[in-house]
Design a protein around this ligand. Structure first.
Ligand SMILES: Cc1cc2nc3c(=O)[nH]c(=O)nc-3n(C[C@H](O)[C@H](O)[C@H](O)COP(=O)(O)O)c2cc1C
Length: 182
């Protein structure tokens, strides 16, 4: 038996790819936004996409700065993730308020977040208005990772490499056991 669910809840079936913290910068304004709606979209060229609320400061900064960084936080950063999602960078400086450490990126102006496991540096490849969000497609120009937490794959068996997955609302999962396809 299948049951119908409201269309507005459909995203909750696929919401829980790794939650990421996207950093952006335009002029001297730097910001951090938690984004659950992210996905790789092309292998060659390497492209990723994020869907960002049109009213957020982040959408404005990415539109103008034309660069962003996708940072992958470990589970231990959950409180800081919630803080960054509860306030707009128009009201607070999220780096100052969370104590997250900006780290110079290799190829783009927005900073990496040092406490995150991995980082994907992107230059804007395309943008589309989609409903009430903006879909930003990023061309990947550099990527880096904590060396002990990645050996070709994220080492999901390590507690420190466990990622956050947003079910929606105030519910999250942490990544579980590695299930190799043999
Ligand atoms: C766990 C979590 C996931 C979120 N995912 C998204 C998302 O995918 N896209 C989005 O636009 N906002 C998302 N948000 C909401 C933004 O983070 C929130 O609107 C934020 O305050 C915007 O900040 P800004 O105005 O500083 O850019 C999420 C919030 C949380 C807590």
């Amino acid at each position: 038996m299948k049951k119908e669910i409201p269309i507005e809840l459909a995203n909750r079936l696929i919401n829980h790819g790794p939650l990421v913290l996207v950093t952006s910068l335009y002029r001297d304004k730097a910001n951090i936004i938690p984004v659950a709606w992210q996905t790789p979209v092309s292998i060659s060229p390497a492209l990723v996409a994020i869907s960002v609320n049109q009213n957020s400061l982040s959408a404005e900064l990415i539109d103008q700065g034309e660069e962003f960084v996708i940072n992958v936080p470990p589970v231990s950063l959950l409180d800081k993730v919630k803080f960054c999602g509860a306030y707009s960078g128009r009201e607070v400086n999220k780096f100052d308020q969370t104590g997250l450490t900006p780290l110079k990126a290799r190829m783009v102006k927005p900073s990496l977040i040092e406490e995150c496991i991995g980082h994907i540096e992107c230059q804007l490849y395309g943008r589309h208005t989609v409903g009430d969000h903006k879909l930003f497609i990023g061309g990947v120009v550099a990527a880096s990772v904590d060396e002990d937490k990645f050996d070709g794959y994220l080492r999901a068996e390590m507690k420190e490499a466990k990622t956050l997955h947003h079910l929606g609302g105030s519910y999250f999962l942490s990544s579980g056991d590695l299930v190799p396809l043999t």
